[in-house]
Design a protein around this ligand. Sequence first.
Ligand code: ARG
Length: 275
Amino acid sequence: MCPPTHFDIDYKIDPWMAQAGRGSVDRARAQRQWASLVAQVQRSRHVDFLEAVAGAPDMCFTANAGFVRGRDVVRSNFKCTQRRVEEMPFADWFCSRSFTCHALPRQVNFEGAGDAVLDIQRQRLWMGHGMRSDIEAASWLHHLLDVEVVPLRLVDARFYHLDTCFCILSDGRLVYFPPAFDEHGIAAIEAAFAIDSRIAIGATDARNYACNMIDLGDRVLLASASPSLQEALAAGDIDVVFVEMDEFIKAGGSARSLTLPFIPPLSLLKPSAST
Ligand code: ARG
């Protein structure tokens, strides 16, 4: 995680930033929200930190640093030129900690864990494309990480990263916002997740970035959830913990976007209950 030391809306690369407007972040409040999120995550996970860089206001959204599996990191190639300044500091962080860094060709856009969601139950990687990441990234991820990659085209600009509209819980269930996907994506999702393991959320939960939750197994951290979503989560014995995230939602990100999970290699992960 990276502190929001320089976080602000300095440019408009997503509809949320366009709506909130330049300079609209209350940075002290953002810092408090981020610190509470860190404290919540640290209750059950180790957190490593990366220093914020001046002139990189979105760097706190570390989900976009790359995709990590085991000691392998597939580095991001940001589509938005405004965020390319983050690429070197992220790469330096990984390389100085003896990760094996893989770079995609410059012309292939890929925005890291923001667009790559690992599905442990099905031993595959779901990849969002069409907004920030290019479909060409799918075959690179497949070859570099030796994992099946299922691309999902994103069609609603407000949900421009996969992690804003698609979240696989530790129990294997999916929380997702169907209108963010095209018909092929919906078909792929419905083929993989049985009806009782799909939680389709409505427009209000989607706008509140409910899918951008942090899943900690028996606990999820998210900004808000409707009673029906809370009920669906509780049915899986998951504690719902609310974290204030409105300063970050102004920039188009919430809890999950502020973290980059380090995932062991698939071979070390055992799926839990079958779905
Ligand atoms: N303003 C940032 C952008 O548009 C927000 C990134 C949110 N990250 C995410 N993984 N959803 O790139």
